[in-house]
Design a protein around this ligand. Structure first.
Ligand SMILES: C[S@@+](CC[C@H](N)C(=O)[O-])C[C@H]1O[C@@H](n2cnc3c(N)ncnc32)[C@H](O)[C@@H]1O
Length: 230
């Protein structure tokens, strides 16, 4: 089967693009996205996201965040871009019962909504530290190697800087995650040279080429990058 003319090979992989043996069918895709049951609070956080201009995560992305947080038994988590708490709730659902989420966002309004979402599901306030501020000012103040999981969202134009910070913050065996990693189907389109597309692509390449990371790019929702720090 020949690749779509729009598809580009990631720069980290020198050669022809490979194609899956079986092309994904929209019905299978939708089935997988809706496979895991979404809690009421997560559904509510999705509804609250749009009026505040926060792009909601797909159900498949939410369930994958929960799954991955559980896989590394995450206790100390950093989130870049709190939004209305949709990803935070997903992470809490997989984290250890005494795990603490440190989450940074520029917008106090978003964090107010997230605080409400966390409290309404009974997550005690000592389990989350919401820091209102610019990620690249706040992150350098957090400790090296102290975190089990770092979730990169925030400003796509800064994704490559967040990845660098994430690498510093993670312990060995810790997990770096990045949402919107396929950026509205634009990353794979080699002719798309929009600033945000280029920024996401360059963050992906930095991860793929980094020998300290074992990475995979999951085509769930708008794309989820997952990488383990060796
Ligand atoms: C796509 S939303 C992510 C929301 C959340 N992680 C989720 O998926 O539910 C991006 C968030 O990053 C925040 N943001 C944008 N630029 C930022 C920056 N420079 N520093 C910190 N947060 C930023 C926005 O205010 C917004 O809430």
């Amino acid at each position: 089967m020949s690749p779509s003319p729009a598809a580009s090979t990631p720069a980290a992989n020198h050669g022809e693009p490979t194609s899956p043996d079986v092309a994904p069918k929209p019905a299978s895709w939708a089935y997988a996205e809706d496979f895991a049951v979404e809690g009421d609070a997560a559904a509510q956080a999705r509804v609250e996201a749009e009026p505040l201009g926060v792009e909601p995560l797909s159900r498949g992305t939410v369930s994958t965040l929960t799954f991955l947080a559980r896989t590394v038994q995450a206790k100390a988590v950093v989130e870049i871009g709190t939004g209305t708490g949709q990803s935070g709730l997903a992470l809490f659902a997989g984290m250890q019962p005494d795990g603490i989420l440190t989450s940074v966002d520029l917008e106090a309004d978003h964090q107010r909504q997230a605080r409400k979402a966390f409290s309404s599901t009974g997550i005690p306030s000592q389990r989350f530290r919401l820091i209102a501020g610019d990620a690249l000012t706040v992150l350098p103040k957090l400790s090296d190697g102290a975190y089990d999981l770092v979730l990169v969202a925030g400003d796509t134009l800064e994704y490559a800087d967040y990845v660098q910070q994430g690498l510093r913050l993670l312990r060995h065996g810790g997990l770096l995650l990045m949402t919107h990693a396929l950026w509205h189907d634009r990353v794979a389109d080699g002719s798309d040279d929009d600033d945000e597309t280029l920024a996401v692509r360059s963050a992906l390449e930095a991860v793929a080429e980094n020998e300290d990371l074992v990475a995979t790019l999951l085509p769930v929702g708008d794309g989820l990058l997952a990488a383990v720090k060796r």
